[in-house]
Design a protein around this ligand. Structure first.
Ligand code: PGA
Length: 248
């Protein structure tokens, strides 16, 4: 069985209720797409977006969760709470969370374990900084992040991996096809070595994906979709990316 294809939008800290209008255009084209389509809006918009989607074929997810189910953790949201309001996925260990909130691989693994237990699919992000790439340490860094961030008992059904080079996020710069292929081959090797169904884990590339480069990226072996930031905010940009994935 091939991994499921996924076009995932990460709205980050962007969007208000008025922005929900963007999904109407996506809904018009969803359903017949040969791939899953997911939007991870800010927490304030998850429930209204789920309500707006109704029974249509568009998935809604969170951008982070706490490792515990409940308790005295002011400002945090648990995986169970995300599931309760209709989220299907949660992005974990994004480089902005690792940088802004000091999240470690162990934190990410604990959160991913909680997500899995709550029935949420964890989109675990890994990626090297520009310095690490310049030092020739990319593969070593990615292997270490993957080893430390994948929870015990991970399965393909509840795990998605996203390779997001930190230097490519929001910069308009992307790695070469060969560089993406090299990292995705490493991820596939490590996942098949560690999980019985590692060959079925969906592997996303993320970092400055846009309509103009989507088809080229989706043609790379072991790239099963994308995690898209800026270009997911407007349906006119995200829709052609979804079409490129469906056609890949
Ligand atoms: P970008 O962000 O598409 O705006 O580069 C990707 C991400 O951070 O997930």
């Amino acid at each position: 069985m091939e991994p499921r294809k996924l076009a995932a939008g990460n709205w980050k800290m962007n969007g208000d209720l008025a922005a929900l209008g963007q999904i109407d255009a996506l809904l018009a084209g969803a359903g017949d797409a040969a791939c899953d389509v997911l939007i991870c809006p800010p927490a304030t918009l998850i429930h209204p977006m789920v309500a707006r989607v109704g029974s249509a074929d568009l998935l809604v997810g969170g951008q982070d969760c706490h490792a515990k189910d409940a308790g005295a953790h002011t400002g945090d949201i648990s995986a169970r709470q995300l599931r309760d309001i209709g989220a299907s996925h949660v992005i974990l260990g994004h480089s902005e969370r690792r940088a802004d909130h000091g999240e470690t691989d162990a934190d990410v693994a604990a959160k991913a374990g909680a997500a899995q237990a709550a029935g949420l699919i964890a989109i675990i992000c890994v990626g090297e900084t520009e310095d690490q790439r310049d030092q020739g340490r990319t593969l070593e860094v990615i292997a270490e992040q993957l080893a430390g961030s994948l929870p015990q008992g991970a399965t393909a059904a509840y795990t998605v991996l996203a390779y997001e080079p930190v230097w490519a996020i929001g910069t308009g710069r992307t790695p070469t096809v060969a560089q993406i292929a090299e990292v995705h081959a490493l991820l596939r090797d490590k996942l098949t070595a560690r999980l019985d169904d590692g060959a079925q884990v969906t592997l996303l590339y993320g970092g400055s994906v846009k309509p103009a480069n989507a088809a080229e990226i989706f043609a790379i072996p072991n790239v099963d979709g994308a995690l898209v930031g800026g270009a997911s905010l407007k349906a006119e940009d995200f829709a052609p990316i979804i079409s490129a994935l469906a056609a890949a």
